[in-house]
Ligand binder design. Structure first.
Ligand code: HAM
Length: 427
């Protein structure tokens, strides 16, 4: 490496981004709210690794999905194993259930997780290579009431985060019994217009024509608009499930639109599929997507355990959320001299243990400089510890928001700070 390349600035990888402290506050609120709401519905956190065997997604997400064919971050590790940075979370949960025999626990099982996912797609607004999902999954519940309950839970979270003007799209993608006939009809329709399809869709027409509905190319969309719809091919069981799902949505008062072309980009769905979209996000308008996948656990060699879940994209969620972050209040301790410095350190230690954020800086400053520094960094309080204060055992505390000054013992001033903190939290 020559000296020039050595000096070149290293930037974050394309499609990834740093979440700096100010922005991270919003992430913390969104994540904490999600955890709180999911726990209210009986969900518990399940944390799986970021890296998984590649075959988990090939088999789970599906060999004909765009994710597996084009978007996975896959590498061979030093032991010669093919490893993939997870592009989604659902197959990992299924693997964990089978690996730890979680199916032996009372059902339904309810899990949630918040973390990064990786997809090698062309980055654009709302589409990143490292993005984050809030994911929930339920196992062992066939009742369509749970399909509606998770949609209601998603709405609960969106409402709590101030997301407005969303639309809920629902569909049924059928099951193993009814989809083959539909696939056949679709294949025929796709073959008839093959020369109007993009090369990718020409390939999809043979492997999995359902995937043509995901294509954004205008001519493919026009062609797909003439294709037969799954709704006409649903078997009795799927039709009834879909009707009941919708009646529970009605029960919850959730508005929705049936979109028979909503097939979702992953191969595993059966029966219910849904998305929550917003008009604010342009092309990448889906904040949340999910559905039922009743065959995946069994196909991985596990028990016959049905599943359903959804994932929300945190970046997209935050771009339309209206979140107020909690007010941060902290005490800046201004000291003069070595002895007062030690007293500051001890006081900060004690106050922090009692839940008060304190900052002691190590640069020698006079009082004026301490105050201008405290002002600059937005301290709410300045606690003054000088020689005079040390000698008398009484300190000065200044409320930087209204310039009010207090004198008192350590305990008295701590009480004032805590009291004010409580008042602020309740307003
Ligand atoms: P998905 O539709 O692929 O579903 O992703 C869910 C959400 O993740 C999307 O609606 C979007 O908000 C966000 N998202 C996806 N890709 C990106 C990206 N490149 N950049 C930013 N945000 C993105 C799944 O992943 C399924 N595992 C959901 C599920 C759970 N189905 C059943 N259980």
């Amino acid at each position: 490496m020559n000296e020039e390349t050595n000096k070149k600035e290293i930037s974050a990888i394309k499609g990834t981004k740093d979440i700096l402290p100010q922005e991270a506050r919003y992430w913390q609120v969104a994540e904490a709210t999600a955890r709180q709401i999911f726990e209210l519905y009986g969900y518990r956190e399940l944390r799986a690794p970021v890296i998984e065997p590649t075959e988990l997604f090939e088999k789970g997400t599906g060999a004909s999905s765009d994710i597996v064919t084009k978007e996975m971050y896959t590498f061979v590790d030093k032991g010669g194993r093919s490893i993939t940075l997870r592009p989604e979370y659902t197959p990992s949960v299924v693997r964990a259930i089978i690996e730890h025999r979680l199916d032996l626990q009372p059902q339904p099982l309810r899990f949630y997780y918040i973390g990064p996912m990786f997809r090698y797609d062309k980055p654009q607004k709302g589409r990143y290579r490292q993005f984050h999902q809030i994911d929930i999954e339920v196992f062992g519940e066939k009742d369509p009431a749970v399909d509606a309950e998770i949609v209601e839970m998603a709405h609960h979270l969106l409402k709590k985060l101030g997301v407005e003007k969303v639309e809920t799209l629902v569909n049924s993608v059928g099951c193993k019994k009814c989809r083959p006939a539909y696939g056949q009809a679709l294949r025929q329709a796709a073959r008839a217009v093959k020369d109007r399809l993009c090369p990718d869709c020409q390939r999809k027409a043979e492997i999995n024509p359902l995937r043509i509905f995901d294509c954004k190319v205008e001519t493919c969309r026009e062609a797909a608009a003439t294709f037969p719809l799954i709704t006409e091919y649903l078997c009795e069981e799927c039709r009834t499930h879909f009707e009941q799902f919708r009646s529970y949505l009605d029960f919850y008062g959730i508005n929705y639109r049936i979109d028979p072309t909503l097939v979702r980009g992953l191969d595993y769905y059966t029966k219910t599929a849904f998305e929550i979209v917003t008009e604010h996000l342009g092309a990448q308008n889906a904040i949340c997507g999910g559905g039922r996948y009743d065959d995946m656990v069994k196909e991985f060699g596990g028990p016959d355990l049905c599943g359903i879940g959804f994932a929300m994209g945190v970046e997209r969620l935050l771009s339309v959320a209206r979140i107020t972050t909690p007010k941060e209040s902290f005490v800046y301790i201004a000291y003069l001299g070595e002895e007062a410095k030690k007293k500051s350190l001890a006081t900060a230690r004690e106050w922090r243990q009692k839940g008060v954020e304190c900052l002691v800086e190590f640069k020698d400053r006079n009082m004026k400089a301490h105050f201008s520094r405290a002002n600059k960094i937005g301290a709410d309080w300045v606690l003054i510890i000088g020689e005079n204060e040390l000698a008398r055992g009484l300190f000065q505390l200044k409320d930087m928001n209204n310039s009010q000054q207090y004198e008192g013992t350590n305990e008295e001033l701590l009480k004032i700070v805590k009291q004010k903190g409580k008042q602020d939290a309740s307003t």
